[in-house]
Design a protein around this ligand. Structure first.
Ligand SMILES: *Cc1c(COP(=O)(O)O)cnc(C)c1O
Length: 404
């Protein structure tokens, strides 16, 4: 693939108000107009380059949105106070009461809860399907379906969506294909595969320092204009607006994303191979044993690797908890939810980030009790990290001494 997302970010040249190398931060909630007529035109959406009120847009938020649109290769983008803010606004913008959604069943727990428990209050129903089985996706589509929803690499099972084929399916049935690309920024460019709307939680890899929440919707100018419409736009009216100070700091972190993703992927690949070599049940898209390894390879922008997320199954929740506590104790990472941090983070999704999913459904989708999800950090010496992790596993009899 010839799409070069990091070059697109690199090539953005923004000057600050006083010639600063970073764009100036717009520290205002409201903006003056020199003429009353321009204020009226701005409300009507007809005055380009004029700012109205910071829930609508701010210069800092537009800079960040423009950079993320460049990364994903979409016309434009709108940033939000959180990933859930972005997801909720896309779904409620497209769907009205009586509409239907077909969604992957392995998605972020908050998204799952929103579709299963919240949008149902507005008579928007969702069918959850195995996104890797195109036939079951297609057979769930009805005349009321508006959205086909999935994650490019799913949380926490790391299933990979065949976005080019899903895009053809969406086109055939006149649906919007909405993809959450939080787990694979730079590695996968969904819009280049035909996806209509690309969402990120900026909280994770893109910001990368676990100091803020944020979200973005990358899409066509027409859809983003709809989201921001003062009369019926979900972004404008639901109000999950990002603060300009945060937009400025996330934009600075975005500038180093390509280097961080390469290191996250390199370290995760190293550990995944070693864990699998020890006989641990390991899931990582970079392993040949992963059911969608070839698909990921065919879609990826190669130099960014297979991402920083991997899972192992240590048999039971008790073992998983013991191991995570010991690894934290040995300073190998934090027992914490979230991902994309410079230190390794680990959690047991069944009892935390995916606990919104009922236990029988967890079992059906292969989300076992002993599953540990790792977001691998930027460790300079990953071999040292591995040796220490192995020692923890031996100590707790997760590994037999002989195999180790
Ligand atoms: C964290 C996450 C979200 C939600 O984002 P917030 O910034 O926490 O609101 C959505 N999707 C995925 C895949 C996530 O990991």
């Amino acid at each position: 693939m010839s799409f070069k997302p990091a070059n697109n970010i690199q090539d953005l040249q923004y000057f600050g108000e006083f010639g600063g190398v970073n764009p100036s931060i717009s520290d205002s909630s409201t903006y003056t107009f020199l003429s009353a007529k321009t204020m009226f035109d701005t409300f009507e959406g007809n005055a380009d380059g004029c700012y109205l009120y910071s829930r609508h847009s701010t210069p800092s938020n537009l800079y960040l949105g423009e950079a993320l649109a460049a990364m994903e290769g979409t016309e434009t983008a709108n940033v939000y106070a959180s990933g859930m803010g972005a997801i909720a606004s896309v779904i409620l913008q497209i769907c009205k009461g009586g509409d239907h959604i077909v969604s992957s069943r392995t998605i972020y727990g908050g998204t799952y809860a929103f579709l299963k428990n919240f949008t149902t209050n507005f008579n928007i129903e969702t069918s959850f399907v195995d996104i890797t089985k195109l036939e079951s996706v297609e057979s769930a589509i009805t005349s009321k379906t508006r959205i086909l929803y999935c994650e490019s690499v799913s949380n926490p099972l790391l299933e990979v969506a065949d976005m080019a084929r899903l895009a053809r399916l969406a086109k055939k049935h006149n649906l919007k294909l909405v993809v959450d690309n939080t787990f694979s920024p730079l590695s996968i460019s969904p819009a280049k595969l035909g996806v209509d709307i690309v969402i990120h939680s900026l909280t994770k890899f893109i910001n990368g320092s676990s100091d803020t929440v944020g979200g973005v919707v990358c899409a066509s100018q027409e859809f983003v204009d709809d989201l921001r419409n003062v009369n019926d736009g979900a972004a404008m009216l639901l109000g999950s607006t990002m603060d300009s100070l945060r937009a400025a700091s996330i934009l600075k972190n975005l500038r180093t994303l390509h280097i961080r993703m390469q290191q996250h992927s390199k370290n995760a690949m190293y550990l995944a191979k070693k864990f699998e070599g020890l006989g641990l049940k390991t899931v990582y898209p970079g392993l040949a044993s992963h059911p969608s390894h070839d698909l990921f390879k065919a879609m990826m922008n190669e130099q960014y690797g297979f991402g920083g997320m991997l899972t192992i199954d240590v048999g039971s929740l008790e073992k998983a908890n013991e191991l995570m506590e010991l690894m934290q104790n040995q300073n190998l990472g934090y027992l914490a939810v979230s991902l994309g941090f410079y230190k390794t983070l680990f959690s047991a999704p069944g009892s935390s980030t995916s606990s919104e999913i009922p236990e029988d459904e967890q079992e059906e989708m292969g989300l076992s009790d002993g599953l540990i999800r790792f977001s691998i950090g930027l460790d300079a010496d990953i071999e040292r990290t591995f040796q220490k992790m192995k020692e923890c596993m031996i100590k707790l009899d997760v590994l037999e001494k002989e195999t180790a």
